[in-house]
Design a protein around this ligand. Structure first.
Ligand code: FMN
Length: 175
């Protein structure tokens, strides 16, 4: 599987980092960090770190073959740009490509509370098939620590992207 992951400048960039770290080796990952997501990532196997200002990178083209793109966390700024069709950096350009090519795009918007503008942007994107999956915890999966909570969210995103995992206990199932 080929996956584009973008981390934007919302609170919770560490969650995006853990999401990338939890990806199985079988997932070929192209990582974009927004200028505001000042997290440094070590270059790992199957991880290609991209420059958010490089709009000529392969993932900016519809001819780049990939299975899905996830933006975790997604700032309200990036969400608004994508909802308006603005493609002014590699993250927003790759997202607009996913939409035009009718490929899977998952956004994890992080804000509290959401403004009516952000809610409208999310509804607009949801109606065209974008998966809106904010970092919201469940309370049934034997969650005791912050790490358990993050594993639950990451596991839910993996489910939505079709990535196998064993990050949380499923309701009514043994782990
Ligand atoms: C410490 C800090 C925390 C922030 N948390 C959020 C947040 O949770 N959600 C959000 O939408 N913006 C948040 N922002 C504001 C965004 O970083 C800002 O809107 C920025 O323009 C986003 O740019 P980007 O979408 O290119 O990453 C935060 C900013 C700072 C400095």
């Amino acid at each position: 599987m080929r996956l584009i992951v973008a981390i934007t400048g919302a609170s919770g960039v560490g969650l995006g980092k853990r999401f990338v770290e939890a990806l199985p080796e079988t997932v070929e990952t192209y990582l974009i960090l927004s200028e505001n997501a000042e997290t440094v990532f070590a270059k790992e196997q199957k991880l290609t770190l991209l420059d958010n200002s490089d709009i000529a990178a392969p993932v900016a083209s519809g001819s780049f073959r990939c299975d899905a793109m996830a933006i975790i966390p997604a700032s309200m700024n990036t969400l608004a740009k994508i909802a308006c069709g603005i493609a002014d950096n590699l993250t927003t350009r790759a997202a607009s490509v996913q939409i035009k090519e009718q490929r899977k795009l998952l956004l994890a918007p992080r804000e509290m509370p959401f403004s009516p503008i952000s809610l409208e942007n999310m509804l607009k994107l949801s109606r065209i098939g974008v998966v809106i999956a904010p970092p919201v915890s469940g309370y049934y999966a034997d969650i005791k620590t912050l790490e358990d909570m993050e594993d639950f969210m990451i596991g839910k995103w993996f489910d939505l992207l079709g990535i196998e995992h064993n990050l949380f206990q499923r309701w009514g199932e043994e782990r």
